[in-house]
Design a protein around this ligand. Structure first.
Ligand code: KG4
Ligand code: ZN
Length: 497
């Protein structure tokens, strides 16, 4: 950008933004330390758009990008972004930017150029109070890909404490699982018939350091050998998450190690590639647990799209509530599954939620209500005599919904692979049915080991190797988020301008 371009740049800035930078600000930016600015010109040599950025030593930053009204929709913005990215790639630097969260066009442009959303800055734009989406792109465009190749010298300790499993694992930089230790709190919550958040947090506090020590011992690894610490930052029970996050921060801080914040749902997706499993993409992953039931299109280890989810209960919740009505153990999914193995599924007919809907959503509240009324109309003897058949018919309705919707999504998305994770992936009928149907549909079916389907820390470590990294001391005020959506790695306001 030359000084002569300034008047045109000022005009474009004014016509593009409600609170534009002033001419002085733009002029100062042209000469700023680490500054980098460029203009795009049309065939007549007129300025069509401009980009201003900074080349900080560790990371490049896009500050301002605008295209003149007459030149919009001609790929000018993309050309400017590419020029900046090419230079950043040449320097081997990641690129960071803020986009208006509601500016779908800009967000889509950046995503297609390899940026991923990292966090949200609430009310960042003073003019409208709009949120900013902080987006980042790794050098070379390999969005956080191949983290393992980027200088991790030693193994990573991973911690998971989002719900009622206290778990730790040690993962080698190449993704091999060196240890995975999990302590279930089922026995603690059994008497309440559900997870009690405060009790869960306290149990995490009591167990986590022993679980971490055990994971390190099994991996024959000391804290001094670690090259980073990964931890689930959400979604989950806030108190439970905080125990893991604070522990991870303390361990990372003590050795000035980097910290990898992990989205629990990204972790569940990672179960499909744990231990170096290679399967063709696109992949449709069914995440079915006690808290979630969702279908996700996975294009690689960091690119995924939520296709649909349950509108009410999660599949695991439906199993657990059914088990409770049938007087089985806690949480009950496994017990109901075992009982169903001895029953005849054609004896009773339960409603299959959203059977006729072509949308990739689920509903499990109807099946549970149907079970309640069926049992209410039976004598104790009748119930006892038919329990296996009732369980089998109930399981059939849930599994049928899961399998039908998963295969439909796979067809619609042209998937090469189907994967299933989350505790419900342990269900024996679901595993059999998916394997059969997948074979018929000629797609690969990934059924991860059961210990990697239920909440565990190995999957968190695997997701961390594909996710963002916060170097010391960036993570000192890292927070947990109870409602972190899939596709976000960091709770809001973790990274400050
Ligand atoms: O993923 P997970 O360990 O924890 C959550 O994040 O919720 O999943 C636990 C859920 C429970 O609802 C449990 O009953 C269910 O998975 N589950 C099963 C089976 N084994 C565990 N559901 C059906 N059949 C099973 N064999
Ligand atoms: Zn889970």
């Amino acid at each position: 950008m030359r000084a002569g371009d300034l008047p045109a740049v000022v005009m474009i800035e004014r016509t593009s933004f409600t609170s534009p930078w002033t001419s002085e600000m733009l002029a100062a930016e042209m000469d700023a330390e680490f500054g980098w600015s460029t203009v795009a010109t049309d065939a007549r040599g007129d300025v069509a758009g401009f980009l201003m950025g900074r080349r900080y030593p560790d990371m490049w930053h896009v500050l301002d990008l605008a295209v003149s009204v007459a030149h919009r929709r001609q790929g000018v913005a993309r050309g400017l972004v590419r020029e900046f990215l090419q230079a950043a790639d040449g320097a081997g630097r990641p690129v960071l930017l803020e986009a208006r969260e509601n500016n779908a066009g800009a967000v889509a442009l950046y995503e297609s150029e390899g940026f991923v959303a990292l966090s949200v800055r609430k009310g960042y734009y003073g003019d409208t109070g709009e949120n900013a989406l902080v987006m980042v792109r790794e050098a070379g465009g390999g969005v956080h890909r191949g983290r393992s190749d980027r200088g991790l010298g030693g193994p990573v300790l991973a911690i998971e404490s989002s719900c009622d499993d206290t778990a730790a694992a040690v993962i080698a930089p190449g993704g091999q699982i060196l240890s995975s230790v999990s302590h279930s709190q089922d026995a603690i919550h059994e008497r309440y018939g559900g997870v009690v958040p405060e009790v869960a947090s306290r149990a995490h506090v009591e167990r986590l350091s022993a679980v971490v020590s055990e994971a390190l011992r099994e991996a024959d690894c000391r804290v001094d050998d670690l090259s980073g610490v990964a931890v689930t930052v959400g979604p989950g029970l806030i108190g439970a998450l905080l125990v893991g996050v604070q522990t991870a921060k303390a361990i990372a801080w003590s050795k000035r190690l980097p910290l990898f914040p992990v989205n629990h749902l990204h972790g569940h997706l990672a179960a499909a590639w744990l231990g170096g499993l290679q399967t063709p993409y696109p992949m449709i992953t069914l995440v079915a647990s006690g808290g979630h039931t969702m279908l996700v299109r996975v294009d690689d280890r960091v690119t995924f799209k939520l296709l649909g989810q349950t509108l009410d209960d999660a599949a695991g919740e439906a199993f657990d509530k059914g088990a409770r009505l049938l007087g089985l153990g806690y949480p009950g999914g496994r017990e109901l599954d075992e009982l169903a193995e001895r029953g005849d599924a054609s004896r009773y007919s339960f409603p299959v939620g959203l059977k006729r809907s072509t949308l990739p959503n689920f509903s499990f509240s109807g099946v549970k209500t149907a079970l309640y009324y069926l049992l209410r109309g039976m004598s104790t003897e009748e119930r006892a005599a038919n329990a296996p058949h009732i369980a089998a018919s109930y399981r059939e309705a849930i599994v049928s919904a899961l399998v039908t919707k998963t295969l439909r999504a796979a067809r619609q998305e042209g998937a090469a692979t189907i994967a299933i994770t989350g505790g419900v992936a342990a269900n024996s009928l679901l595993r059999r049915r998916l394997a059969e149907e997948g074979k018929k549909a000629r797609v690969h079916v990934v059924l991860p080991r059961l210990s990697y389907c239920t909440d565990n820390a190995a999957m968190i470590g695997a997701a961390a190797l594909a996710g963002p990294r916060l170097d010391y001391p960036e993570y000192m005020d890292l927070d947990a988020s109870a409602s972190l959506p899939l596709g976000r790695w960091l709770p809001e306001a973790t990274i400050r301008p």
